[in-house]
Design a protein around this ligand. Sequence first.
Ligand code: PCA
Length: 184
Amino acid sequence: MFKLAEFIVRNPKRYNVRSTYSMAHKVFVYGTLKQHEPNHHWLTNPNHGVARFVAPGVTKTKYPLIIATRYNIPFLLFSPGNGCNVKGEVYEVDDVMLSKLDILEDHPNYYIRTMDDIIIERNRSLEKEVVCCWVYFLMNFKPELLNKQQFENYSSSDTHGLPYMESNNESTLDDLDEDDVFKK
Ligand code: PCA
């Protein structure tokens, strides 16, 4: 039964259905999940459910986007008003994909997934729209992280020289100690 439902969701035109329920979540990604970045394959893996690119987006509120830990992981620090209006990409995802992303981001132990306003331009029409999306933030972080270099648009291979390090674990965060980034 589940397999049939999944097939219908993946082939909505054939069955003349709109899969609005299962694609109910919008996620804004700003780090390794973006196109051409090291974890983008999580969004395209058919075993992870469904993700559909909606548009490039930018956070309505400014936040510090930093790179930290020995694995050079990008983090959006929950410090509204500091940093930049951060650039990223908005995706619509189904329940299965959202649960897979939560595993990668170790939500709610490491990143915390929170709703936030994202500004997008649809169909290059230049008309801006604000959409509410899930975003993976670091909360309760060490204040020293605010002294790190802050970015507007993350890329692992940028001139900062801090490329993201993969780990053998499903989530790289499994290899880290919590006190690497969190307040004691
Ligand atoms: N992955 C998530 C959060 C940070 C990261 O590397 C993202 O791309 O939005």
